[in-house]
Design a binder for this molecule. Structure first.
Ligand code: SF4
Length: 510
């Protein structure tokens, strides 16, 4: 058998009933087959099935679920297939499985075309795969070691060639029924206005909690250091939050209060080089350039600055193991993020500049642009970071910003505004608090990302309604996710959020 569609004829005039239509009857179908040739799979030929098909089959559970048996003979019950992880690491997270007579376990699932992928892809030695509780492959292997293994082929709901069209064209745009949580149905019955209000209230809680964290931290290290730690953590963006924060802790007391934010004068440029060298050196990311790397380079300049003070910092240099680089997008690479942090530190304390920004009469997009100008000083045309993602990466064809609009929004709603709110509340300044909240709730939405998408799909399912593009609503979604979903897991076990939805004035009684 083969998974190919029936042979397609080239588009020809006269395919349709004469005189009834301008286009032949199968015009679209024939052309789409011609332009997008189907994936051909010869079943039982040993030819590899595309891995994305196996992932779709697992995600949508297009298998005989009540008959599943592992290669080692134990039965398998899939209580939840997990959530598809589109980033580095195992393919599915938070799956809930029962193997044999054991209690249900939560963990990750990795899908590979063949069992040998476990070793050849390096999963066996990769710490990101230690939570894998099931390896899913296409055919049973001749020999097998850990982890527990399921071969999909014997359990397909229908022969592969019958599923080929669905796998190729339909499945990628479908949200499996396992993704929306228990609250999705009742929330669908709530008006959009009430949903917006709910998210807004959740966002206010998130703002105050973050502000509370800043107040506590400022008691120990002062407002300036607390702000710097928050901003550097934000630059760590999920994967590298802690090492970035650690660098802020190590260096906060070195920031000169009298430093000018200018990067164009000679002393400003020199300060930046000094800070870049210090941060990258402390991060353990600077090594002496080899001779083969040619004449003067940015790396050489930094190394020349770093080796002079390296001995004084020796004890504090971070080990390479604290950094997570796999799956980090080039724009978020720690090299770039530290280069930006160096500009902040070279510019002196940021707190006063944040307060000035708050006191300025800037509204909407202009306010966001002005904050970005503070956080992302203008780079000279020949700056290394305009033209290279990392210290050693090749020259780019297009100049790239060090921060960008999306990250500015993240830093505004997660750090700058909560920090200002904390400071204003300590000083009992109700009008300032009002202004901070006005900016917070009006701030334009951040770029969509995996966390937001996941949160939206869990709470609202495939028919996620159109909500106003405001960052605060995204923050509200994250707050609900953190408060309820994280502890409840994929099966929403014990989650009481649906009760809150039911108690809303137009919530569904249930
Ligand atoms: S855990 Fe709770 S809030 Fe999260 S999706 Fe499930 S029911 Fe909704």
């Amino acid at each position: 058998m083969n998974g190919q569609l029936p042979p397609s004829s080239a588009p020809q005039a006269g395919d349709g009933p004469e005189g009834l239509a301008i286009l032949p009857e199968h015009f679209y179908l024939n052309w789409s087959r011609r332009l997008r040739p189907p994936v051909v799979i010869q079943e039982n030929s040993g030819q590899a099935v595309p891995e994305r098909w196996l992932q779709q089959i697992w995600w949508h559970q297009r298998i005989l679920r009540d008959k599943l048996t592992l290669i080692d003979g134990r039965s398998l019950q899939v209580l939840h297939p997990g959530f598809w992880n589109r980033e580095a690491g195992p393919d599915f997270r938070e799956a809930v499985l029962r193997i044999g007579d054991a209690a249900a376990t939560t963990g990750d699932v990795e899908v590979d075309r063949a069992e040998s992928g476990w070793r050849s892809h390096g999963h066996a030695e990769n710490p990101a795969y230690t939570r894998v509780i099931l390896h899913v492959v296409w055919k049973p292997p001749i020999t097998h070691q850990a982890p527990p293994l399921l071969a999909l082929e014997p359990y397909l709901e229908a022969p592969l060639h019958e599923m080929a069209d669905w796998l190729e064209d339909v499945a990628p745009s479908l949200l499996p029924a396992s993704v929306p949580g228990r609250c999705a149905a009742p929330l669908a019955g709530v008006s959009t206005a009430a949903t917006i209000e709910l998210l807004t209230q959740a966002a206010r809680i998130r703002l105050k909690r973050k502000a509370g964290d800043f107040s506590l931290r400022a008691r120990h290290v002062g407002w300036e250091a607390a702000l710097l730690e928050g901003l550097m953590s934000g630059l760590g963006y999920r994967h590298n939050v802690w090492p970035m924060r650690r660098l802020a802790e190590l260096t906060a007391d070195r920031i000169r209060p009298d430093a000018s934010p200018s990067t164009t004068d000679e002393s400003g440029a020199k300060r930046i080089i000094g800070w870049e060298a210090r941060l990258l050196g402390l991060a353990g990311m600077l090594s002496e350039p080899t001779r083969t790397q040619g004449g003067p380079s940015h790396l050489r300049t930094l190394w020349d600055a770093w080796w002079q003070e390296r001995a004084a910092w020796q004890e504090q240099i971070l080990p390479a193991s604290v950094w997570r680089l796999a799956g980090v997008r080039p724009a978020n690479h720690p090299h770039r993020r530290l280069a930006l942090g160096a500009r902040w530190m070279a510019g002196g304390p940021l707190g006063d500049r944040m307060v000035d920004w708050l006191n300025g009469d800037v509204q909407g997009k202009a306010g966001a642009a002005e904050l970005r100008a503070i956080l992302e000083p203008i780079e000279p045309e020949d700056s290394h970071w305009r033209w290279h993602w990392t210290l050693r990466s090749p020259h780019l064809s297009r100049s790239q910003p060090l921060l960008g609009e999306g990250r500015t929004t993240d830093l505004a709603v997660n750090t700058v505004l909560p920090w200002l709110w904390a400071r204003a509340s300590t000083g009992d300044r109700p009008s300032l608090i009002q202004e901070i909240e006005r900016r917070y709730f009006a701030w334009p939405a951040a770029e969509d990302n995996a966390i937001l998408r996941h949160g939206r799909q869990r709470l609202m399912g495939a028919a996620a309604r159109r909500l106003p593009g405001r960052a605060a609503l995204q923050q509200g979604l994250i707050q609900i996710n953190r408060e309820f979903c994280e502890s409840a897991g994929a099966l929403c076990s014990g989650c009481r959020f649906p009760e809150m939805v039911a108690a809303m004035p137009d919530g569904n009684p249930h």
